[in-house]
Design a protein. Structure first.
Length: 522
């Protein structure tokens, strides 16, 4: 019996020894508790690299197991509130509540704030129009602000800038929801060409605006001063601060000497913030905006007509344009605009309809570069289209010439299968000149003069000089040969310069004739 017991005990001991050798590697639970591996971009923990086939890991055979040490202690309510990884259990009822929870700027209290509160509260129809427009874009802006850990009040800034109208244009040529002037737009990589204006683009302009606001906050370490700089310019705010410092005066927002528009700027935002925080106190009924994305991005790989894209998405053309307000022409160039925005539920519909589309080519338009300076009628004749149609499609006003090198949208022939290339889609420009400002001029060629040298001397295109003189681009002139040129008339140039000078002087003496609220109501 003892012998039998020994025989049964030996296999049991061997089995236990095997279990002990397996346990030398930490368990999955212990790895999760003790791992110091970094998190991936999506928040998941990176898995350790697996050794290559045939290689042996020394760690796997020699590393001792690691287990948590110390006694466990209960988590207090205060600890859960302080822990950034603990999510709030009750989700916001709507997007307005989400915005309220993210308020982080110090409140501004002044008579100007009260004045703007009364102004907005007395215009419920205006508030309704603004909030209706904002419902398409507000969720995306709030998401971007939270991702950057910025105050949610900034989501209300387009109410002040443009009343959330992406087509808004100020007298200073500031465009879009965030009102970028051309130079600042280019500084923040907002393309402005013949086919699109990214200052109006929902995604691009929001990215640029938040980049700019972050930069301004880093400069002044004060959100009110950052907002003043967004409106007035960082140089102007910096000089105002330096002036107060030199005089031994405070340098806060309310202490600086600034234009009336900038003086009202932050009070306007504070007034809108107060209305959003307590709409019932102002007898305002904010429309419900769901805490859910309004639009989705869809990738396009071929040039496509704007009308056809809206049809495939089963979206009214006006709604399509409101989500894609940067498009300047009736065609979307895939090389320059590889993504479009569509209402959330229509993105899948668009893709399905596009995959099964069996009609003619997706785009009935292409881009043509003018080889010389010419009249609009001449360009239209080349494509058998009415002059009025070419003007309308390319936004060419009357009495203007098309300069050489201009990129124009023209009908696309059925045999053309290639789309517009990236260089042209990203950089094509439309350059115009007054029709009556050019006059025929004849000059005599000197020794060694060529088409190219004459073009450079008179600041015109090589193509134009060649066309005017019925020569090729590489031709040379004989000494004394007559060279035909079309140059600006000196009197016209002087007159134009004088008008510009007078206009600039008047502009410098005047203030804005219309507020941005009036601009947005147009």
């Amino acid at each position: 019996m003892k012998y039998l017991a020994h025989l049964l005990l030996v296999p049991l001991l061997l089995w236990l020894a095997g279990c002990a050798s397996v346990a030398t590697e930490p368990t999955a639970a212990s790895k999760e508790v003790n791992s110091a591996e970094p998190l991936a971009a999506d928040g998941s923990r990176r898995m350790p690299q697996t050794p290559a086939s045939g290689a042996k890991s020394e760690k796997a055979t020699t590393q001792a197991p690691v287990y948590p040490t110390g006694s466990l202690s209960p988590i207090t309510p205060g600890a859960t509130e302080a822990a950034p990884s603990v999510a709030i259990l009750n989700a916001p009822a709507d997007l307005w509540e989400r915005i309220r929870r993210g308020f982080a700027m110090p409140d501004l209290t002044s008579d100007l704030v009260t004045d703007r509160e009364h102004w907005y509260a007395s215009r419920p129809d205006y508030i309704a129009r603004m909030t209706e427009r904002s419902s398409k874009y507000l969720f995306h802006i709030v998401e971007e602000l939270e991702r950057r850990n910025m105050p949610s009040e900034l989501a209300l800034l387009p109410f002040i800038e443009s009343a959330f109208n992406p087509q808004a244009m100020s007298h200073a040529k500031a465009a879009g929801m965030w009102q970028f002037i051309p130079s600042t737009g280019r500084q923040y990589d907002l393309k402005q060409n013949a086919f699109r204006d990214d200052r109006r683009d929902v995604l691009a302009s929001t990215r640029a605006a938040l980049d700019y606001l972050q930069k301004l906050h880093a400069m002044f370490n004060d959100w009110h001063l950052a907002l003043a700089a967004y409106n007035w310019g960082e140089g102007s705010v910096g000089r105002a601060i330096a002036k107060n410092q030199k005089a031994g005066q405070p340098t806060g927002y309310i202490d600086l000497n600034m234009p009336m528009e900038t003086r009202f700027y932050v009070p306007k935002l504070q007034a809108v913030k107060n209305i959003v925080a307590r709409p019932s106190a102002f007898q305002i009924n904010l429309p419900k905006i769901d805490n859910h994305p309004f639009f989705d991005t869809v990738t396009i790989t071929r040039d496509i007509d704007v009308k056809l894209a809206a049809q495939l998405a089963e979206v009214p053309l006006q709604d399509f344009k409101e989500l894609n307000p940067s498009l300047n022409r009736p065609v979307i160039l895939a090389a320059g605009t590889p993504q479009i925005l569509l209402p959330w539920d229509n993105a899948a519909i668009f893709q399905r309809n596009l995959d099964t589309y069996a009609g003619p080519q997706l785009s009935s338009w292409t881009v043509w570069v003018a080889p010389k300076t010419m009249k609009v009628a001449e360009a239209a004749k080349r494509f058998s289209m009415a002059e009025s149609q070419l003007r309308q499609i390319n936004s060419i006003p009357p009495s203007m010439l098309i300069r050489a090198g201009s990129a124009l949208v023209v009908p696309r022939a059925n045999h053309i299968e290639t789309d517009v290339n990236e260089k042209l889609a990203d950089n094509g420009q439309l350059s115009l000149a007054p029709e009556n400002s050019l006059r025929r001029t004849v000059r005599k060629a000197g020794k060694k003069d060529t088409v190219e040298s004459i073009a450079k001397r008179f600041a015109v295109s090589v193509e134009s000089v060649a066309e005017w003189n019925k020569l090729s681009r590489t031709s040379a002139f004989k000494p004394g040969q007559q060279v035909v040129l079309y140059l600006p008339a000196p009197k016209t140039v002087a007159k134009s310069a004088k008008k510009t000078s007078v206009k600039s002087a008047k502009k410098g003496r005047s203030t804005k004739s219309k507020s941005k609220e009036q601009l947005a109501q147009r």
